[in-house]
Design a protein around this ligand. Structure first.
Ligand code: FDA
Ligand code: NAD
Length: 426
């Protein structure tokens, strides 16, 4: 048995939702588009899972955060897909793809054919087992990638109230989940191998601001080491984690956020891969002209830096997906994707935004004792990146605009003196 569509989106996450919105805006006909997703629900705003979803009171629940509420667009409920004649094949894993024959085979045994395929398979969370630690399938060990993980995490959190959590990893998941655990009245210790949190982006000075803020909320940090093993009681319940430096930490629950791997396996040997993702051109088109890739799984040319990057952030998922649809539906009107990387996070009462690239010399500015400060990254005499904590909408827009222009800098001390004022002059 089988079905045929003009357009198939493989994966039903953030990128799929925004692609669907643009297909409709550009006049896709009923019955032409199909979305196949392993998840049992239509696309939703994944960032909610580590924030509003984990609140102890009035938590965010579907259908409230289906795509595309994240950018003040229409909310794409199941009814919306029906009204626009989009076929949703949910709770269904695609187990193989043949890009030569333009077919996908689902785990339920159905063959689906396409004329154009958009790959939006995102990524999977890395498992502790991949770092040589066993036992991460225990009941109280949580990862966080999808709704099922989030539901599990909520249950484990509720049964650990007043107890101890160990958070493994000092990246985005670690930082955002640690804040949510504190709000849920759980004692938190964070463990990570680097010298400071958010090592991929933060400078030591920025990191120490957030670490001190977290410490003021009771969070403890154990840095420069990793998890070695778990202790279990006679019911196979975790009681403690053992670190490689010999420390033993009591644990009622554990959250693991140690990075991701893009879901490319269906395409290995069929499409060109680059930097862990599917390599695409400025139209988001892969080495096979009928296959496009968007979101976390795509490695695309970032024009402003003159090199390819694979980004793992929601803004890039949304915009790359919309760009692919524009390139597919209106090829003559669509130019190369011109994207300024944008990352953000919100924890407790704090909120920051980053634009561009974190390479070169760093100039800090603002009030590190208050809650409004930032940094510029200057590479080869030009500003390439900007970070701001506690900014207003206008200030964030200003640092974005300034960074996109890559202004030349002659004197770093002068830039430091001007601080945020420098961006506000653009
Ligand atoms: P995404 O992971 O959203 O979707 C992939 C989809 O493909 C899933 O539905 C999956 O089930 C499906 N799939 C994969 N393989 C399949 C197969 N073989 N068959 C069928 N379906 C398959 N970013 C940011 O900028 N700010 C933020 O605050 C946050 N917060 C945040 C919180 C949490 C908890 C996570 C996990 C991630 C974030 N992010 C974020 C990152 C952001 O959510 C991420 O970059 C986007 O979700 C990427 O969108 P994609 O559509 O590419 O993948
Ligand atoms: P990450 O790449 O942000 O951080 C991984 C962290 O794992 C590192 O900081 C390091 O401290 C730690 N680590 C690496 N190896 C380790 C080991 N052996 N033992 C212990 N710790 C180890 O990845 P993440 O935090 O897992 O986030 C997963 C994905 O979700 C990323 O793509 C991220 O961009 C996305 N996300 C983004 C946001 C946001 O943008 N606000 C929020 C949540 C999640």
């Amino acid at each position: 048995m089988g079905r045929a569509f003009v357009y198939v989106i493989l994966g039903g996450g953030v990128a799929a939702g925004y692609a669907a919105l643009d297909f409709v805006k550009r006049g896709v006909t009923h019955g032409e588009l199909c979305i196949i997703s392993e998840e049992p629900v239509p696309p939703y705003e994944r960032p909610a899972l580590s924030k509003g979803y984990l609140l102890p009171e009035d938590p965010a629940r579907l259908p409230a955060f289906h795509c595309c509420v994240g950018t003040n667009e229409e909310r794409l409920t199941p009814k919306w897909y029906k009204e626009h004649g989009i076929e949703l094949v949910l709770g269904t894993r695609v187990k193989s793809v043949d890009v030569r024959r333009k077919t996908l085979l689902t785990a339920t045994g159905e063959t689906i054919t396409y004329k154009i395929l958009i790959v939006a398979t995102g990524a999977r969370a890395l498992k502790l087992e991949e770092f040589g630690v066993s036992g991460s399938d225990a009941e109280s060990v949580c990862y966080l990638r999808d709704l099922a993980d989030a539901n599990r995490l909520v249950n484990v959190m509720q049964s650990s109230s007043g107890g101890n959590a160990v958070v493994i990893g000092g990246g985005y998941i670690g930082m955002e989940c640690a804040a949510s655990l504190v709000i849920n009245k759980i004692n938190v210790t964070m463990v990570f191998p680097e010298a400071h949190c958010m090592a991929r982006l933060f400078t030591p000075k920025i990191a120490s601001y957030y670490e001190e803020f977290y410490q003021s909320k009771g969070v403890k940090f154990v840095k420069g080491t990793v998890l070695a093993s778990f202790d279990f009681d006679s019911n196979q319940k975790i009681t403690a984690v053992n670190l490689r430096d010999g420390t033993k930490l009591p644990a009622d629950m554990v959250i693991v956020g140690i990075g991701i791997r893009p879901n490319t396996s269906l395409f290995e040997g069929q499409l060109t891969l680059d930097k862990g993702g599917i390599k695409v051109n400025g139209r988001m088109q892969s080495s096979n002209s009928s296959v496009y890739a968007v979101g976390d799984v795509a490695t695309f040319p970032v024009k402003i830096f003159g090199e390819t990057r694979r980004l793992e952030h929601v803004d890039s998922a949304r915009k790359s997906a919309r760009h692919a649809v524009a390139a597919i539906m209106e090829p003559e009107k669509t130019t190369e994707f011109d994207y300024l990387p944008f990352f953000y996070s919100r924890v407790f009462t704090l909120s920051w935004q980053f634009y561009g690239d974190s390479t070169g010399d760093v100039v800090h500015f603002g009030d590190f004792l208050g809650n409004r400060f930032g940094a510029y990254w200057v590479n080869k005499g030009h500003v390439v990146g900007s970070f701001l904590e506690g900014g207003t909408k206008e200030e964030y827009e200003a640092i974005a605009k300034m960074t996109s222009l890559k202004p030349a800098i002659e004197d770093l001390t002068d830039l430091e003196t001007q601080g945020l004022g420098f961006a506000l002059t653009f």
